[in-house]
Design a protein around this ligand. Structure first.
Ligand code: SAH
Length: 360
C-alpha cells in the first residue's frame, strides 16, 4: 500500500507527463525532502499554488510549472453562494474538460462540511437524482477528489478555520470507484498532511453489496451511509434501478454483516418523495428493517430539480413519517435542507451548465 505522500506525488507527476513521482524526482534531481516540502505545502500548509511554496528554489518552481505540475487538479469555473451565506457550491473543471461539483456547508461555524464528487457522472440512474439522469463519464483520481476538499480548506484557512467533516455525497457512486476513494481518504487522513480523522469522513452508497463487504473488511472508522430511500423491493426498484441487482433484503444482510464486523452505526438516507415512498405503511416497513441502536434513519427533504417528474413530501408529511418511526423505536433525524437557492443537490449545478451525457 502506497503512503499518502506517494499517492499524491505519483498523481501530480503523471499529470506533468511522468510515469511516477520517482521519474519526476530524478529528472529534476528532487531529493526526498523537496517532495516532502511540496506535499506539506499542498496538504498541510494549504498554500494557494506552486508559486507559494517558497521553501523551493524559484527556478525549480518555474521548471515544474513549465511542465504543467500544479498543486490543484480541479479548477473552479462557477462559484455560487447561498443567500444565507452558509452554503457555497462550486463547479470544478478537470484537465479533460469534465465537470464535477462540490459543496461547502458552514453550519454557523460549528462544523464545516465538504460534500465532494467521486465520479464525473454516475451509472446508477436513480430517478430523483440529476447526476443519475445524466449518465456516467469516468472515475475521479484520488487527488481530483482530495483537491476539491483542498479548495475549500484553503479558503477557510485564510481566516483560521478548518474543514471538520467530509462526505462523499456529491456526484458519483463512491464504492464504484473504491480504490481511488480509499486513496483520497488516505490523503485526507494523513496526520503529516491534511490530518482529518476517519470518524469525520462519511461514504454514502447506493447499496453495492459486494463493496459494502469489502468496506467492512477495511476496518476503518470511516462512516457508512446507505441510500435506502424505500423499504421494499416493489418501491425501491421503481426509483433505484440498482435494486434489481441487489435486492433490499441482500442490502440489509450486507449492512448486518458490516455492523457485526465493525460495531459501527450505519446511516440510512431516505429522500422523501410525495406519493412514492412516504406513506404510513412505508414508515412501518422501514421501521421493521431497522434492527437496533446502530441503525439510524436520516429523512431528506427532496431538492426539486428543474426537469423532475417527482415532487418532495411536504414538511407535515415528513414529520408525521418521522413520528411513526420514532414511535416504533427507530432512531430518526430530519436533514435541514441547505443551499436550495443555489441548486445544491447532487448534480444540479452541472445539469444547468452542461448538456446530458446521454439522451434520455
Ligand atoms: N451514490 C451515492 C452518493 C450520492 S449523493 C449514494 O447513492 O449514496 C448523496 C445522497 O443524495 C444520496 O442519498 C442521494 O440519493 C441523495 N440525492 C440525490 N438527489 C437528490 C435530490 N434531488 N434531493 C435530495 N437528495 C438527493
Amino acid at each position: 500500500m502506497l503512503s499518502a505522500r506517494e499517492i499524491w506525488i505519483d498523481e501530480k507527476a503523471r499529470r506533468a507527463g511522468y510515469e511516477t513521482g520517482a521519474a519526476l524526482a530524478s529528472s529534476h534531481d528532487l531529493k526526498g525532502y523537496r517532495i516532502e516540502q511540496l506535499y506539506r505545502a499542498a496538504t498541510r500548509e494549504l498554500v494557494d499554488g506552486l508559486d507559494d511554496v517558497t521553501t523551493l528554489p524559484k527556478e525549480l518552481r518555474a521548471a515544474l510549472a513549465a511542465e504543467g505540475f500544479t498543486l490543484d487538479s480541479v479548477e473552479p469555473v462557477v462559484v455560487q453562494r447561498s443567500r444565507d451565506g452558509q452554503t457555497s457550491k462550486v463547479l470544478f473543471r478537470l484537465h479533460d474538460g469534465n465537470e464535477v461539483e462540490a459543496v461547502l456547508m458552514e453550519h454557523h461555524g460549528e462544523r464545516n462540511t465538504v460534500c465532494f464528487s467521486s465520479q464525473a457522472g454516475c451509472a446508477y440512474a436513480c430517478t430523483f437524482c440529476s447526476t443519475g439522469q445524466a449518465g456516467f463519464t469516468r472515475n475521479l483520481s484520488a487527488t481530483e477528489i482530495f483537491d476539491q476538499v483542498r479548495y475549500f480548506a484553503k479558503q477557510l484557512a485564510r481566516d483560521g478555520r478548518k474543514i471538520t467533516n467530509v462526505v462523499a455525497m456529491g456526484m458519483g457512486e463512491p464504492l464504484a470507484n473504491m480504490d481511488n476513494v480509499m486513496a483520497s481518504i488516505a490523503l485526507l487522513n494523513d496526520p503529516k498532511g491534511f490530518g482529518l480523522g476517519h470518524r469525520h469522513i462519511t461514504i454514502s452508497t447506493v447499496g453495492l453489496v459486494d463493496k459494502i463487504d469489502r468496506f467492512a473488511d477495511e476496518r476503518t472508522q470511516v462512516n457508512l451511509a446507505i441510500s435506502l430511500h424505500a423499504p421494499t423491493d416493489a418501491t425501491r426498484s421503481t426509483i433505484m434501478p440498482v435494486n434489481r441487482k441487489f435486492s433490499t433484503a441482500e442490502l440489509m444482510a450486507a449492512v448486518a454483516r458490516y455492523i457485526a464486523k465493525t460495531n459501527r452505526k450505519v446511516f440510512f438516507e431516505y429522500v422523501m418523495l410525495a406519493g412514492v415512498n412516504d406513506s404510513d405503511a412505508h414508515a412501518r416497513d422501514l421501521a421493521r428493517l431497522m434492527k437496533g441502536p446502530l441503525y439510524h434513519v436520516n429523512l431528506i427533504p427532496y431538492n426539486s430539480t428543474s426537469d423532475a417528474l417527482l415532487s418532495g413530501s411536504d414538511d407535515e408529511r415528513i414529520w408525521a413519517f418521522a413520528k411513526i418511526l420514532e414511535q416504533l423505536g427507530t432512531a430518526v433525524t430530519v436533514r435541514t435542507p441547505m443551499g436550495r437557492d443555489i441548486a445544491a443537490a447532487c448534480g444540479q449545478l452541472r445539469a444547468e451548465t452542461q448538456p446530458r451525457a446521454k439522451a434520455s
